[in-house]
Design a protein around this ligand. Structure first.
Ligand code: URP
Ligand code: ZN
Ligand code: ZN
Length: 454
């Protein structure tokens, strides 16, 4: 036996109990009270929680975007991930027009084979059907374990936008293949119209990033996606939900039995659009933007009531000098913020303060993303699963600062955030990769997660 954890409290999505846990050959092999097993290494975790590693279902590593490339490479982003208790990241490679998606995925896999410090999977962003060839390539991709694809309903001038006809085509094709379509829902034409008007009026501060894409701009697209998916009878996963009206439409459709999954992000739970009035407001520019307090409250309520399925980060940091490009023009601010190292600590802090249960935090950050996206060996502390394990100290206080993060960015929207309770160790398939503040893994340890069709 390789490893034995003695005396901890195991947390699953459905309950918590005291037990020992044994790991052999990267898998959880036994769970029980007072296990009488000899192991090469025994770890006393009495008084601590034993949690499944989180799955961050939404990251953008070294992504060309906004006139630059996001600040975390696959190496630094996945290093930061494990230091925050995330043992699997999902990345979003973006197809250039005319490009093969199989070629794109393979090029990303090659980078990750050398660089990844966590396990990794891909949702592939489709921007061009290449005359229909991509519909065939999707079948190959699914066979290779890429069982989800993304449509951006925005980013028209960046050449990434998918129109309604293509969205419908992809929803139907994904259903045929047992795959899923993930959607970034905002209305591109309303954004363009409002942006042009604000610029004409000389209204150029970060506040107008929010004003150009407020609640109803996101809600229109959320409702459109729900409409298409409900009538075409296809599953759909709406990423980074940030507005109340769109969320309510999803909740209604879910209650009527439609297969609609909703993801939100910690930034929409913590901040409101007021951040865009701050001197450093441009650092918070992401799309969709943070909304008003009514939306923030509605998202928390939906989390508590079970209507949000996952919490992921949309990790896409940029350096300060890049954010500064938009000091005098919000349209020049690269969109995106950091978060991969903050996801699990943030949601577990909410559990530690009694806002949600630890079981719900585990469900949102690990068990549900594993189930929804077909990661059969991940997402739970169970015999037979990968030994992706986080040891959590409920008493450890932690203040987030760029200096104690493990990414390559130079600032974070989470600066100064105080958390009660923090992960003290992360094991990736039984290998210790994070130990009390230090990354102790190695680039290249991460493995590709081949997923199953639905
Ligand atoms: O602002 C964001 N969210 N940047 C990353 C790309 C996206 O829309 O998810
Ligand atoms: Zn997006
Ligand atoms: Zn994103």
């Amino acid at each position: 036996m390789d490893l034995l954890f003695k005396g901890g409290t195991i947390v699953t999505a459905t309950g918590s109990f005291e037990a020992d846990l044994a790991v052999d050959k990267e898998k959880i092999v036994a769970i029980g009270k007072n296990l009488d097993i000899k192991a090469d290494k025994s770890v006393d975790v009495s008084g601590k929680l034993i949690l499944p590693g989180a799955i961050d279902a939404h990251t953008h590593m070294q992504m060309p975007f906004g006139g630059t490339v996001s600040a975390d490479s696959y190496l630094s982003g996945s290093r930061a991930a494990v230091c925050g208790g995330v043992t699997t990241i999902f990345d979003y490679p973006v197809q250039h027009k005319g490009e093969s998606i199989l070629g794109l995925i393979n090029s990303k896999k090659e980078i990750c084979e050398n660089d990844a410090c966590s396990d990794y999977a891909f949702h592939c962003c489709i921007t061009d059907l290449n005359g229909g060839a991509i519909l065939d390539e999707m079948e190959e991709a699914v066979k290779e374990g890429i069982t989800s694809f993304k449509c951006f309903l925005v980013y028209k001038k960046e050449g990434m936008m998918v129109d309604d006809g293509m969205l419908a085509t992809l929803l139907l094709r994904a259903k045929e293949l047992g795959a899923m379509i993930n959607v970034h829902a905002e209305n591109p034409d309303l954004i363009d119209l409002r942006t042009a008007n604000y610029l004409k009026e000389g209204k150029t501060s970060a506040w107008y990033h929010y004003m150009s894409r407020p609640e109803f701009v996101e809600a229109e697209a959320d409702k459109r996606v729900v409409h298409w998916a409900s009538h075409l009878k296809t599953p759909v996963y709406i990423v980074h939900m940030a507005d109340k009206e769109g969320l309510m439409a999803c909740i209604k459709a879910k209650s009527e039995g439609e297969e609609i999954y909703v993801e939100t992000c910690p930034q929409y739970l913590e901040f409101t659009s007021d951040v865009y009035k701050r001197e450093d407001g441009r650092n918070f520019v992401c799309s969709p933007p943070m909304k008003g307090e009514e939306s923030r409250e509605a998202i928390w309520n939906a989390i508590k009531a079970g209507f949000i399925d996952t919490v992921a980060t949309d990790h896409c940091p940029f350096q300060s000098y890049e954010k500064d490009w938009g000091k005098d023009d919000f349209t020049k601010i690269p969109n995106g913020c950091a978060g991969v190292e903050n996801l699990y600590p943030y949601m577990l802090d909410a559990a530690n303060r009694g806002v949600i249960s630890f079981e719900r935090a585990v469900e949102l950050c690990s068990t549900n993303p594993a189930k929804i996206f077909g990661c059969k060996n991940k997402g739970a502390i169970e015999v037979g699963k990968d030994a992706d394990i986080v040891i959590y100290d409920k008493e450890k206080d932690f203040k987030v600062s760029v200096s104690n993060m493990h990414s390559d960015y130079d600032h974070t929207i989470w600066e100064g955030k105080e958390l009660h309770g923090y992960p003290i160790q992360t094991y990736l398939r039984g290998n210790l990769v994070y130990d009390n503040g230090e990354f102790v893994g190695k680039p290249g340890m991460g493995k590709f997660v081949k997923r199953e069709r639905r």
